[in-house]
Design a protein around this ligand. Sequence first.
Ligand code: ADP
Length: 673
Amino acid sequence: MTPTTTWSRRKLDRFWNRWSLWLVLLLLLVGMLAMLVWLAGRYEANEVQNRLERDTADVVNDIRGGLARNVQSLQALQVHAPTQAVWKERATAFLADHRELLRLEWRDPDLRTLAFVESPFQPPAFSVLGRDNAQADVALACATAKRFKSTAYSGSYFLLQRDNLGMEVLDLCIPLVENASAHDYVVATYSLPEILSGLVSRQLTRNQEISFTEADGTRLTLRGMAHRNNSKVFTARQLLDLPGNTLVVRMDSWRNAPGLFPNLLTALVVLMSLALISVTLLLARDTRRRLRAERGLAEALAFRKAMEDSLLTGLRARDLRGRITYVNPAFCQMVGFNPTELRGHSQPPYWPPELAQEYQRRHDIRHAGGGPPREGYHSVFMRKDGSRFPVLVIEAALINAQGAQTGWMSTVVDVTEQRRIEELSRASQERLQATARLATMGEMASMLSHELNQPLAAISSYATGSLNLLKSGDHAEADLTMAMGRIAEQAERAGRVIQSIHDFVRRRAEARVAAAPQSLLDAIMPLMQLQARKLQVQLVTDLDPALPPVLCDHTMVEQVLLNLARNAMQAMDQPDISARRLVLRVVPAGPPLRAAHAVGWLEFSVADGGPGIPDAVAERLFTPFFTTKQEGMGLGLSLCRTVVEQHGGFLDFYANQPQGTVFRFTLPVAQTA
Ligand code: ADP
């Protein structure tokens, strides 16, 4: 079997499983409907037939009654032995009332006609054939009548009329008994068609056809409506038993039966069946929709369950009285209890006994309307083994589909790990701070050693100079005093350096003061001159005395200027003395440097005529401990930049023209209040 046929077979099986019951139901319904329609048709046909039978019996009764009454009336014609004239008169009057009679005759015992009267409604009955033609029938009837001393009817015969028309007639012979011997007769000729129209109630012939037939079925006469096409004929026969003759009365009725909707009953049955089928179909559709919805619901449920089961966060639902109604697997795993141990408890087993009272109070507050904090709250739960662990609980009101609160829904997160990490980070933070303190100390030590170099060198130079003066003997007291003064000044300066570096490293609020640029240069000038003389450098200062003061830590800025100037002079240690020129300049800062600041700035620059800075050196210039000098520490520029940036300023350098380097930095102008 190929896979395709297996597949289609499976599809067919599934189709059959799904639809077979519906198919059977539908077949049963259709079968029932057909049977009901058929039964209703049959019922109606029976009804029609029965009615017809009844009508036929009525017709027969009507005719029989009419004939019997006529017999009595005809006998009454002979009352008091009338003369022929009187008889005729009576007979004429009688005929005028009875259309069914064509002719009345008074005959003697030998059947000779004594008198006769013709119906006024018809042409003379025997004008075409003559009365004698029917004599045999009359004789037979009268013989019978005579024999039974009662009325008798002849057999019916066809009476030809003018225009080749004719009718079936019947003679009635009434023997008139006198002295029990001689018999006169009254012979009455009945027209069968007129019997049907005269004696039968009009109502019975309205919708049906009545006819006289002979015993063999030959139709003698007919009355009623014409034959209708496409309709079924219902026939009923009844014998009209007359003395001497037996006629068959036949009634035919044409009905549209049994049509598809023969009558109201059938129509109702059909309608109800159709309604039943419609309801069944609707039911099937409804069932199908219901199934689809159920499937969707089951899928949604399965998805929700899978989601809840795979959640790492604990979920817990409580009703308004605080009893647990739902817990997810993550929650159970967290506390170590299974759902049945938790559900229904208002004092759950994961509450540590020592905290149960507080938790109960918390719940009471919640119950009294105090909503939980949106950001959640921290709590401690107890595992089944008795160990405690911290949790973060985020609680929200549980609102049902009608919008009413039915309880509380909580998400519970085990924060043990989080706490551990927090603890670790706190410890490492502490360690970091200790390390930072150590590093600060190191930084301080290196800065001190760097910055103290200059005052110590200066002190040493002045001391050496003083000693030389003392040794030579021709010392001027003023020179010595000046040298001593300078030594004291530098020692004091060294003290200040230590203090300000200490402050700087500890990041204390620096003592910022408004300092005139000139004063900053003046403060370092003696030291610079000392060095310049030694290195044969020409010192030039260029600044406008009207420049505004800058807001700065005086000593630190002095150190920056000293560092830059010393670097510049050291860089100019070269044969060409004309190039050994150091320019210290202060100008208001141009747009590129002050762009980011709203306040005014001054730009300090130190320009030398040295060899300039190669690119490889420039890249690492501000890296701490980078130096190209044998006795250098490589800290000067990095410290300078730190100090300037501390003041909110900016330090950079560019190539000097025609040679050398210009270092510049900015300081904020002191705001005059
Ligand atoms: P140090 O002076 O102790 O070497 P610095 O940080 O002050 O440390 O200087 C780092 C390096 O930058 C110096 O070793 C030098 O090579 C270079 N340098 C600094 N200023 C200049 C300058 N004006 N001209 C050329 N090179 C310079």
